[in-house]
Ligand binder design. Structure first.
Ligand code: GUN
Ligand code: ZN
Length: 434
């Protein structure tokens, strides 16, 4: 047997949520002296170190005690061309788009600039422990291709697509439905299903897409198997009013997308801060997921997300950083922000550490229809792993030394771990960041 057949056994405390903790008790699995056996890029076993060691005496042990192992983090809403507009505080959505985001997105017409931003973008994902991301590409095909190419080089799982719009933004960012169809079809042929890349049809939002453009989205989804879909929904009160004016036939915002069959499994709609009850019920019935972006919702003053309403109705909810409307690349921080805002929201949910981990990992896999492949440490899944070990002088080190239960340790990680604590990141067993 070769060394890789025998496997590598990682030894450290580990946490994962193979089940949904919003629906089932004891969904968080934690092993204080944990073992994670990796063979040929897959999880061969996970559980207590001594048990796995005894069953696999030939495996090479890597002692990672002092840190903890989590499944790779999953970001279900982020914009690659917005890396450099992070920090544009003090505005609400439509003003922020006009003054901060769209001028920078127009710069993606220059493919060498786009390539430079894409390089920084995928590095920032990995350095924050994100192994899979659903990413808004650029309004330009070449810039979107640059992201896919950087994604492939990085080893990360990138699901993305060219952003489609034909009105209301600025002329440089508009395509025609015909050119959008041609460019999207070319990108799909080139990147969808190549290695770890997947394509997502990506109309920016109803406000910037005519009915003809939404029809193009529908056609693309019909023509290609396994495409994902992403857009924005019910983020901001003014946006919602303007959408109602543009689509007078639609009873609500979601109905605009529904008219063109743009929902269902593998579709992720970002924000949904101001839904009607009917919209929530239709999202649940169709299996459409919502990317909850609590840092962005607070930074842009969009509002408080009704997590309980969504979960109780059976809507899939995962987390998104919404860079650059949000406040950075950390999905751990996003989970903490979800916790904090739920604490002060009227009728907010009281999230526990297991629910936060689920939102940051397995929920994202479910939203993307990738739950058979990633999201937790069940045997057979890809070995997408984040190793978290704070610097010795960081407060998190001191807290972890004192933690008496696994749940305490996990809650402290969500509270205190930033990029400085992400020591190693693997996708399918291969190190993508160290
Ligand atoms: N709605 C349409 N475009 C955007 C965007 O870039 N960011 C956010 N947060 N909302 C949007
Ligand atoms: Zn967004």
């Amino acid at each position: 047997m070769s060394a890789s057949d025998r496997g590598e056994l990682l030894r450290a405390p580990l946490f994962h949520t193979p089940r949904n903790p919003f629906l089932q008790a004891r969904a968080l699995e934690s092993h204080w002296d944990g073992g994670l056996l990796i063979r040929a890029g897959r999880i061969a076993a996970s559980g207590d170190f001594e048990t796995i060691r005894a069953a696999n005496p030939d495996a090479t042990t890597t002692d990672l005690r002092g840190g903890v192992l989590l499944p790779g983090l999953i970001d279900t809403h982020i914009h690659f061309p917005q890396l450099r507009v992070l920090g544009g505080l003090g505005r609400t959505l439509l003003d922020w788009l006009e003054e901060c985001a769209l001028p920078e997105e127009a710069r993606m017409a220059d493919v060498s600039y786009a390539r430079q931003i894409a390089g920084g973008f995928v590095h920032a994902l990995a350095s924050h422990g994100t192994t899979t991301a659903l990413v808004f590409g650029a309004h330009f095909a070449a810039a979107t291709a640059a992201l896919f190419e950087m994604g492939a080089k990085s080893g990360l799982r990138i699901v993305s697509g060219m952003v489609l719009s034909d009105r209301q933004l600025r002329p440089e960012l508009h395509q025609t439905p015909d050119s959008a169809y041609r460019d999207s079809s070319d990108l799909i042929r080139c990147f969808h299903g190549r290695g770890r890349l997947l394509y997502a049809v990506t109309p920016r939002f109803a406000l910037s897409t005519s009915e003809s453009m939404l029809e193009v989205c529908q056609t693309l989804r019909r023509e290609h198997e396994g495409l994902r879909f992403q857009t924005h929904l019910n983020e901001n009160v003014r946006e919602i009013e303007e959408v109602a004016g543009l689509f007078p036939w639609a009873p609500d915002y979601l109905a605009v997308y529904e008219r063109f069959g743009l929902g269902g499994r593998g579709a992720v709609m970002a924000h949904n801060v101001h839904p009607t009850q009917s919209e929530i019920e239709r999202l649940a019935a169709g299996g459409t997921a919502v990317a909850h972006c609590p840092c962005s919702n607070a930074a842009l003053g969009s509002g408080l997300f009704g997590l309980k309403r969504h979960v109780e109705a059976g809507v899939r909810v995962a987390l998104g950083t919404d860079v650059g409307g949000g406040t950075g690349f950390g999905i751990l921080k996003e989970a903490l922000q979800a916790y904090l805002l739920q604490r002060i929201a009227p009728d907010g949910a009281l999230l526990d550490a297991g629910q936060m981990l689920y939102l940051a990992t397995r929920a994202g896999a479910e939203a993307l229809g990738l739950e058979e492949e990633i999201g937790d440490f069940q045997p057979g899944k890809a070995a997408d792993i984040v190793y978290i070990k704070p610097p010795v002088d960081a407060p998190l080190s001191a807290v972890l030394e004192r933690a008496e239960t696994p749940e305490q340790a996990l809650a402290a990680i969500f509270t205190l771990a930033g990029a400085e604590s992400i020591r190693e990141v693997r996708v399918e067993g291969t190190i993508v960041y160290k």
